[in-house]
Design a binder for this molecule. Sequence first.
Ligand SMILES: [Zn+2]
Length: 303
Amino acid sequence: MCDLTKPIFTDEAAAIAHMEASRWPTDVTCPLCGVVGQASKMGGKTQAGMWLCNACRGKFTVRTGTVFERSHIPLHKWLLGLELMASSKKGISAHQLHRMLGITYKSAWFMAHRIREAMAPAAKDVGPLGGEGKVVEADELYTGKKRGTVKKTGGASHKNTVVSLVERGGKARSFHLPEGPDAITIGTLVNENVLDGSRVHTDESAMYSRVKKSTKREKVNHSKGEYARGDVTTNTVEGFFSVFERGMIGTYQHVGEQHLKRYLAEFDFRYNTRAALKVTDSERAARILSGAEGKRLTYRQVG
Ligand SMILES: [Zn+2]
């Protein structure tokens, strides 16, 4: 567990300095015009943390252009919230953040969603899974139907379908299917996210009938009680789902369907930065912080 008494979690100036060093390790890049190395720190007391860009004459802070922008929560509380979410196995609820950080429940709820957004990988970092001879397991989960942990907001029976692809020994990638599952949608997801030459392990479901022939689909027949045939199993993806479900039951109850995508980003992130891949708590927090840029959220987008 991290040291929660560190200055960056208690002192605003230390928090600002930490975020500036993280965002601009060498020269400061103006988030308004993109010019590098032309900004200088403003001096006045009321301008703490404010930078002036000599290229565009714009003023900005380390929050500008990040998920922290337009929030009144002090940055040291943001860093503490981020550290707590990075180091917990099952997630931290908005209620826990509200109590631990001394901020309103509404602020805590919004903070948690912004941190999840920062956990989502940038488009440039989303490469395909698998490769020649590698195993990618695929399975679906019907959260609302199975466990009642995800609040259903509509009448369709499979609105909360989640499909996860997990490379054995590698990364997970999860998708919410708001329209419910079908073979075309699921086939497209697998085909776009899994490299040719991979072995795709699934159960006997017809949902995978359109998986491309340039991969090798291998099935276990769950309806006949078969859970492994040689090294063909879906145990890894089922393990991923069980962590997700425990988190949803234990920490995040009553999740609206419109937010499911962000919770999936959180659980993918946690899986993809797990200790077994030699990622430490502080590296995990640093990755979230660097993901905070370029992902501004507004209440409208969250709502
Ligand atoms: Zn500028």
